[in-house]
Design a protein around this ligand. Sequence first.
Ligand SMILES: *[C@@H]1O[C@H](CO)[C@@H](O)[C@H](O)[C@H]1NC(C)=O
Ligand SMILES: *[C@@H]1O[C@H](CO)[C@@H](O)[C@H](O)[C@H]1NC(C)=O
Ligand SMILES: *[C@@H]1O[C@H](CO)[C@@H](O)[C@H](O)[C@H]1NC(C)=O
Ligand SMILES: *[C@@H]1O[C@H](CO)[C@@H](O)[C@H](O)[C@H]1NC(C)=O
Ligand SMILES: *[C@@H]1O[C@H](CO)[C@@H](O)[C@H](O)[C@H]1NC(C)=O
Ligand SMILES: *[C@@H]1O[C@H](CO)[C@@H](O)[C@H](O)[C@H]1NC(C)=O
Ligand SMILES: *[C@@H]1O[C@H](CO)[C@@H](O)[C@H](O)[C@H]1NC(C)=O
Length: 468
Amino acid sequence: MEELQLYNKTYSKVLHIHSLGLALVLLVFCLPSPTSSCTEQEKDSLLRFLAELSQDSGLSASWRNVTDCCKWEGIACRQDRTVIDVLLPSKGLEGHISRSLGALTGLQHLYLSDNSLSGGLPLELLSSSSIAVIDVSFNQLSGTLHELPSSTPIRPLQVLNISSNLFAGQFPCATWKAMENLMALNFSGSIPQGVGDCSKLRVLRTGDNYLSGTLPDELFNAISLEYLSFANNDLHGVLDTANTVNLRNLTTLDLGGNRFSRKIPDYIGQLKRLEEFHLNNNNMSGELPSALSNCTNLMTIDLKSNGLSGELTNVNFSNLPNLKKLDLWSSKFTGTVPESMYSCSNLTALRLSRNNLHGQLSSRIGNLKHLSFLSLSNNKFTNITNALHILQSSKNLTALFIGHNFWGEILSQDETIDGFKNLQVLSMQGCELSGRIPVWISRAANLQMLILSDNHLTGPIPGWITSL
Ligand SMILES: *[C@@H]1O[C@H](CO)[C@@H](O)[C@H](O)[C@H]1NC(C)=O
Ligand SMILES: *[C@@H]1O[C@H](CO)[C@@H](O)[C@H](O)[C@H]1NC(C)=O
Ligand SMILES: *[C@@H]1O[C@H](CO)[C@@H](O)[C@H](O)[C@H]1NC(C)=O
Ligand SMILES: *[C@@H]1O[C@H](CO)[C@@H](O)[C@H](O)[C@H]1NC(C)=O
Ligand SMILES: *[C@@H]1O[C@H](CO)[C@@H](O)[C@H](O)[C@H]1NC(C)=O
Ligand SMILES: *[C@@H]1O[C@H](CO)[C@@H](O)[C@H](O)[C@H]1NC(C)=O
Ligand SMILES: *[C@@H]1O[C@H](CO)[C@@H](O)[C@H](O)[C@H]1NC(C)=O
């Protein structure tokens, strides 16, 4: 696409020139031009790259010295025949990445992902003054990432994807200082020392790796960080590092899928720009800090699958008007659903299942006009008649899980229940409910999954069930 745009740009320039003088255009196009093919030097750089492959998967059939290298498989050039793209993902290439690619002075995009390349990533590529994207993910590259001399001016590199390789060692911080946006890394070992010195780093995503150890204090010196994700690693420790408050620009904090323990600290309330907060699948315990109410920009809170306990009323949800997703699945929360939660009128997904919550549903749940997913199962809620009367007015509900509540109640046969028009999944299993399969279910015309198992329902399976 980008190539096409570049081509179009150049082409429209030519048209413009055309309007200025046909003669000039004729001159450009009719005379044999020295730039009708890529330069010998560029050809030579590419052929050196080819020569360092031990398996080129047939590339040499197209990469022949006698032809214009702009026409070679996987190569794209600008109109002036400068090589700008080397696009060779998933080609079955083996061998080393030649440093000669660094001599392509116009190269912008280098895509070599999903091959079997080994050896190191040449310094010449990282220090290139033209390359914007390097994607060498899913190879077997190894060694350490080289440190650029500290005198290196700001490089244009925007995307560096080295995930799923075998790199090890230190995180060469000086190298990244000059770089705009660190997109993807796949490391093992501990969180690299020096990362905190990256005062310009805005995005740090190192999810799905094998990082172990604790969060280093100096990480919190990376004051420009907006997006910090260490999700799905093997990190542990407590989150009591008060200097987290340095990260005032943080909008996403994702520490899900690790082994962090103890309380969610109060200082979380100082991250006022926070929009996404994930601490799911850890070993957190204690109560929710009321300071969470200060993060008024929160859109997602995912704390599922921890040992968190206490009452949800600790948090004043009225202060979180942007909240879209709240997931507290599989915790130890007690008490009732706080009234303040019903003022989160942007909620689309609410999961409170597998807790010890009790009480009846509040009619104010009807305020949640956008609510599409609601799971309350495995709690101690009561009065299913009341719940169904209230929820029928939640017009956008597509999935409703209320099973393992309403112990031993009678399933409402109330003919006036008429709603659930968009409901696709309805689960009321494991409630020991008695009564018949009620006719109001027949009006939920979009239902695709109805789960009524583990109850004491009696009577026939109604004929209308086939019309759903
Ligand atoms: C390609 O051709 C040029 C000119 O004929 C020659 O100088 C160069 O050595 C050749 N390169 C390779 C790798 O064969
Ligand atoms: C590598 O990471 C970049 C930036 O996150 C992403 O755009 C690209 O799709 C990734 N490459 C692969 C092969 O997944
Ligand atoms: C990181 O590398 C490991 C091992 O090579 C791999 O299993 C995992 O999928 C990689 N993660 C990503 C996000 O590529
Ligand atoms: C979970 O945290 C508790 C302290 O709150 C600790 O005793 C326990 O060892 C931790 N479990 C794991 C698996 O880390
Ligand atoms: C919760 O916040 C709202 C809005 O800021 C406020 O009006 C209300 O008094 C607060 N409730 C409590 C219990 O602090
Ligand atoms: C309800 O769902 C429909 C279809 O998904 C969507 O277009 C609409 O905006 C939703 N309404 C609200 C209030 O969220
Ligand atoms: C259950 O809800 C219904 C309908 O809202 C109400 O009339 C009834 O009194 C409630 N039952 C109990 C035990 O609170």
